[in-house]
Design a protein. Structure first.
Length: 74
């Protein structure tokens, strides 16, 4: 999400970064309909799983207990 744990990002900043990343990936989703496109071939797994991983990251960072664990692991 391009956030620095040392700067202790706010919930609003986390939400904003998640929205921007989801928006960026949604622009790439039409590539799924172009299987012969080399870019689509490179991004295929990411295109399929991106929204799930971004949602998981957002949930981890917005839940105070989960966030402490994530911050501690960094």
């Amino acid at each position: 999400l391009c956030l620095d744990a040392q700067q202790n990002p706010t919930d609003e900043l986390i939400e904003e970064h998640c929205r921007e990343l989801l928006r960026w990936w949604q622009k790439k989703l039409p590539l799924k309909n172009q299987p012969s496109n080399p870019v689509a071939q490179l991004l295929r797994a990411g295109l399929d799983e991106s929204s799930r991983y971004l949602t998981e990251a957002r949930m981890e960072l917005l839940d105070p207990e989960r966030r402490k664990k994530v911050d501690a692991s960094l």
